[in-house]
Write a protein that binds this ligand. Structure first.
Ligand SMILES: Nc1ncnc2c1ncn2[C@@H]1O[C@H](COP(=O)(O)OP(=O)(O)OP(=O)(O)O)[C@@H](O)[C@H]1O
Length: 662
C-alpha cells in the first residue's frame, strides 16, 4: 500500500448551474522519499489537485488515503489536524504574513507543536540558517528578495516537520540561480524521507525530481520515474503537533495591533473617550453625593434623630413647624409627647440620650423698637452642631441664639456680632393645659449668640428650661413637641427609626415618626444617583459609536488579512483559531482603551478637582474602584460583541478563496 493514495478523484467547478469538470478520475500513488513533479497545461487542474491533496478542498469526489487511513473530508477537525501535522505548503507567490518578521513567519507553524518557546525559536532559527537566511531573521517580508521570500516559505513549510511538502510552482517567480537553490533544497527534503510534490510548468524543473506526472484534460496521461525514490530513514523523534493555544492567537493579535499602530491608536482613543465619559460622570455623581452628605452632616448631627408624634391623614399631617395652635379646631395635645411617652422613647433600644424639645409657633421679636419675624424657633438639641454658632454661645436660661441672616445682620449689617448681649422681647403662641385654648406668651430673652444655619434656612434657638418654665407660669401645656434622640453611630440610625415606628398606642395606632438627616439625605442621594445614571447613560451612547468603530476596524482587518487567514488555515489553524484571532484583537483594543480611559479619567478628574476645590473646598470627582471595574467590564463586553460578526466572517472564509485574495 502506497503512503498517499488518490483514487478516482473527480472535481468540477460550477458557474451557476453549468458544470465545468476539471479532474476526471485521477488515480495516483505516492511514496515517502519521492520528489514528484506535476506537469500539465495551464488550467489543467494541477492546483486543484494540490488543494485536494493538501486538505484545503473538501468539495470533490473520490478518496484520499494517507498512510492507510482514509481522509474524511466531511470532518473539518480531522482535516485541520492533517494540514497541521502532515502537510507543508510552498506557493509561487510565497504567501508570507507581512506584519510578522521572517522568524515569526516560521514560528507560526511551530505554534501548533508541543515545543517550548525557546525550542521553537531555536528550531525556527536553525531552519532559516539551513535555507541561508541567518542574517535576515528580524526583517519583514517586504524587505526581502523573491528568492529569499521563497526560502522563508520553505523554512515555514518544514517547521512542523511534515511528511508531505506541496510546492505549487515554487520557482515560477525566481531567476535561474534562485531556482537552482530552491530545487536543491526540495531535493534535500525528499532525501530526508519526505514526499515532495511540486507543480511546475518547466520541464527543466521537472527533470530534477525522481518522477514526473503529466496531467492533460483532467486525467493522468503520463507517469514516468526518472530515478529511484530516496530511502526513508528511521524517524523516531517526530515532532508532536497540537491545536493552537489561545496565547498564540493573542500574541499574533498583539503583533498585528502594533504593526498598524497609528490606525489602532485612533480607534483606541475614540473608544477610550466614551469609556472615560462614563467613568467621569459616575465619579462626578459620587463626588456630588459625598459633597451633599458632607454639607448636610456639617449642619446637622447625623446621629441625632427627631421624634415627633405620628400624624395620620385624618389628624392633619402637621409636623414640626406647623403647630396649629390658635386655630382651635385641632387638639394639639395629639401632637405632643407626654412625660411618660418621653420615658417610653428613652427605653427604645439604641437610644443613648433623649432630649425633649419645643418649637415656638408664630414667633415674633422686638429688639430696640424694631420688629422681626423669627421664623423657626426651637429649643437647643443634639441636631445642632456647635460650629454653627458664629458668635457668642449656646443659650442658657432666658437666653436666645438668633439667626444670622434674619436678625443679626438686619440689626447691624457689618457688625452683626454687636447684637450679642442685647435683650429681645419674644412673643409666640401655644395652648392652655386643656390642649385647645390659645395663649400668647411674651418673654424678654437675652441674646446669647448668633447662629448660621447656612442655606438650610433660618434657626433661632432657645433653652428648653426657658420655654418649660414660661409655659408653667402661663398655665400652658408643658408637654414637649418633639424629642431629640442620640444614637451611638450613624449606622444605628436606621434600626432605631424602625423600632420607633413599631411602637403602638392603646388604640393600636402608630405613635411616633422619626426624622433624621439620613432620611433627608436618602432622598437627595436617590435624586443624585438618578441624575448620574442618566448622565452616564448618555455617555454610554458614545460607547455604541465606539463599538461601531471597532466593528468597522475589525471588518477592515478581516479584508486586509484575508490572505493571512488562508495561509493560517493552510498551516492547520481551525475556524475557531481564526475566530479567536479577531476576537482577541478586538479584546486587546478594548483593554487598551480601558487603560487609556482610566488614565484620562484620573488625570482630568484631578485637574477638575483642583479647579473645583477653589469653589467648593471638596473633591467633586470621586472615581471609585467599582466605577473602574464596571468600565473594564463594559470595555470587554463592547469589544467582544463588536468582534462577533467580523470574526464569524473571517472564520467562514473558504481557505482556497482566501489564499487567492490579492
Ligand atoms: N474557484 C473556481 N471557480 C471556477 N473555476 C475555477 C476555480 N478555480 C479554478 N477554476 C478553473 O479550474 C481550472 C483548473 O484550475 P487550476 O488552477 O487547478 O489549474 P492549473 O493547472 O493549476 O493552472 P495553472 O498552471 O495556470 O496554475 C481552470 O480552468 C480554472 O479556470
Amino acid at each position: 500500500m502506497a503512503y498517499l493514495e488518490l483514487r478516482d478523484i473527480h472535481k468540477s467547478y460550477y458557474l451557476g448551474k453549468e458544470e465545468f469538470p476539471v479532474l476526471k478520475g485521477i488515480n495516483l500513488d505516492f511514496e515517502l522519499g519521492e520528489f514528484v513533479s506535476i506537469l500539465g497545461e495551464s488550467g489543467g487542474g494541477k492546483s486543484t489537485l494540490m488543494n485536494i491533496i493538501g486538505g484545503l478542498d473538501r468539495e470533490f469526489e473520490g478518496s484520499v488515503t494517507i498512510d492507510g487511513q482514509l481522509l474524511d473530508h466531511k470532518q473539518e477537525k480531522q482535516l485541520d489536524e492533517y494540514r497541521r501535522g502532515t502537510i507543508g505548503y510552498i506557493y509561487q507567490s510565497y504567501n508570507l504574513i507581512s506584519h510578522l518578521t521572517v522568524l515569526e513567519n516560521v514560528m507560526v507553524s511551530l505554534e501548533m507543536t508541543s515545543l517550548s518557546q525557546a525550542e521553537k525559536v531555536k528550531h525556527a532559527t536553525s531552519l532559516l540558517e539551513r535555507v541561508g537566511l541567518a542574517e535576515q531573521i528580524k526583517k519583514h517580508p517586504n524587505q526581502l528578495s523573491g528568492g529569499q521570500k521563497q526560502r522563508v516559505a520553505i523554512a515555514r513549510a518544514l517547521a512542523s516537520d511534515p511528511q508531505i511538502i506541496i510546492a505549487d510552482e515554487p520557482t515560477g517567480a525566481l531567476d535561474s540561480e534562485n531556482t537552482a537553490d530552491v530545487l536543491r533544497i526540495l531535493d534535500e527534503i525528499a532525501a530526508e524521507g519526505r514526499l515532495v510534490i511540486a507543480v511546475t510548468h518547466s520541464q527543466e524543473v521537472a527533470d530534477h525530481g525522481t518522477r514526473i506526472v503529466h496531467l492533460a484534460d483532467g486525467q493522468i496521461d503520463d507517469d514516468r520515474r526518472l530515478r529511484e525514490a530516496y530511502a526513508v530513514p528511521e524517524h523516531d523523534n517526530r515532532m508532536t503537533d497540537r491545536p493552537l493555544p489561545a496565547s498564540a492567537s493573542y500574541r499574533n493579535a498583539y503583533k498585528h495591533l502594533t504593526f498598524s499602530f497609528w490606525r489602532n491608536s485612533l480607534i483606541m482613543l475614540g473608544t477610550a473617550i466614551g469609556l472615560f465619559a462614563v467613568m467621569l460622570f459616575s465619579g462626578l455623581g459620587n463626588g456630588v453625593k459625598a459633597y451633599i452628605n458632607d454639607q448636610v452632616n456639617s449642619l446637622a448631627n447625623p446621629t441625632a434623630i427627631t421624634v415627633t408624634r405620628y400624624q395620620d391623614e385624618e389628624d392633619g399631617n402637621s409636623g414640626i413647624g406647623q403647630t396649629t395652635a390658635g386655630s382651635g379646631a385641632v387638639d394639639i395635645s395629639k401632637q405632643m409627647i407626654s412625660d411618660d411617652q418621653m420615658k417610653q422613647i428613652k427605653h427604645v433600644k439604641g437610644a443613648k440620650k433623649v432630649q425633649p424639645g419645643y418649637q415656638l409657633a408664630g414667633a415674633k421679636a422686638k429688639l430696640q423698637n424694631q420688629d422681626y419675624n423669627l421664623g423657626t424657633v426651637q429649643t437647643w438639641s443634639a441636631t445642632y452642631q456647635k460650629k454653627l454658632v458664629k458668635a457668642g454661645k449656646v443659650p442658657g436660661k432666658n437666653e436666645i441664639l438668633v439667626d444670622k441672616k434674619t436678625v443679626a445682620k438686619k440689626f447691624n449689617t457689618k457688625n452683626w456680632q454687636s447684637v450679642v448681649g442685647k435683650t429681645m422681647q419674644v412673643t409666640w403662641m401655644t395652648v392652655k393645659a386643656d390642649g385647645r385654648t390659645p395663649v400668647t406668651i411674651t418673654k424678654d430673652l437675652k441674646i446669647s449668640g448668633v447662629i448660621d444655619a447656612g442655606k438650610a434656612g433660618t434657626a433661632n434657638v432657645v433653652n428648653y428650661q426657658t420655654v418649660r418654665s414660661a409655659y408653667k407660669e402661663a398655665g400652658a401645656a408643658t408637654n414637649a413637641l418633639f424629642a431629640t434622640v442620640r444614637v451611638a453611630t450613624p449606622d444605628d440610625v436606621k434600626p432605631f427609626q424602625k423600632r420607633i415606628a413599631k411602637l403602638k398606642g392603646d388604640d393600636n395606632k402608630r405613635l411616633y415618626s422619626a426624622v433624621t438627616v439620613g432620611s433627608i439625605l436618602d432622598t437627595i442621594n436617590t435624586i443624585v444617583t438618578l441624575a448620574t445614571n442618566v448622565l452616564a447613560a448618555i455617555a454610554a451612547i458614545s460607547l455604541v459609536v465606539s463599538a461601531l468603530m471597532i466593528i468597522v476596524t475589525m471588518f477592515m482587518s478581516v479584508s486586509e488579512r484575508t490572505k493571512e487567514i488562508g495561509i493560517l488555515r493552510a498551516l492547520g489553524e481551525s475556524k475557531k483559531d481564526i475566530r479567536r484571532l479577531f476576537t482577541s484583537e478586538s479584546l486587546l483594543i478594548g483593554l487598551a482603551s480601558f487603560v487609556l480611559s482610566v488614565i484620562f479619567a484620573y488625570g482630568i478628574g484631578a485637574i477638575l478637582n483642583a479647579a473645583l476645590y477653589k469653589i467648593a473646598k471638596f473633591d467633586m470627582i470621586q472615581i471609585s474602584f467599582g466605577n473602574v471595574v464596571t468600565t473594564l467590564v463594559l470595555a470587554l463586553i463592547i469589544s467582544f460583541l463588536a468582534a462577533l460578526l467580523p470574526a464569524r466572517r473571517a472564520a467562514k472564509l473558504n481557505p482556497i478563496d482566501a489564499l487567492a485574495a490579492d
